[in-house]
Design a binder for this molecule. Structure first.
Ligand code: ZN
Length: 154
């Protein structure tokens, strides 16, 4: 029996709900999420609970922010002039890497965008949110050497 373990590619069907019971995200019914276990491809709290599970297992996993997308602690959302976004069409849900005033690379998420202003946050939109996952494991296989070297599924 092949169980979920490091250096294996795991296919899961999942639904992600927030604490209010609203669905935030879900895998496509015909197209499960495939990830490389042990490589940090998914949030730590979910990866840990999947360890050792097998094909067909179904589980409900509650992930606290610290084991998910982090606590919400930063400066919060910030509006930038749309003119600052040359060559891209910013839209809610996008994420990109930008340079701050000190030349450090930071990841930004777009929360909202209109003709004039783009609202961005340096925190993942799900920072501070307790995540409720429903997961079913559809497949587990050994990763190729190349996948292990790259740290992701091909
Ligand atoms: Zn690769």
């Amino acid at each position: 029996m092949t169980v979920v373990a490091a250096k294996r590619v795991v296919s899961i069907h999942y639904t992600l709900e927030n604490p209010e019971g609203e669905t935030i995200d879900a895998s496509d019914p015909g197209d499960p999420l495939r990830y490389l276990h042990g490589a940090g491809n998914i949030v730590p709290g979910l990866e840990r609970e999947l360890e050792g599970k097998k094909v067909g297992d179904e589980l409900e996993v509650v992930v606290k922010p610290a084991d998910g997308y982090g606590e919400a602690s930063g400066p919060g959302p910030q509006g930038l002039p749309r003119a600052a976004f040359e060559g891209v069409e910013p839209a809610a849900g996008m994420s990109f890497v930008a340079e701050d005033d000190d030349g450090n690379q930071i990841q930004l998420w777009v929360l909202d965008a209109d003709e004039e202003t783009v609202v961005v946050s340096a925190e993942h939109p799900l920072a501070g949110v307790t995540l409720h996952f429903s997961v079913k494991i559809e497949d587990v296989r050994d990763a190729t050497e190349e996948e292990v070297a790259h740290g992701h599924v091909h």
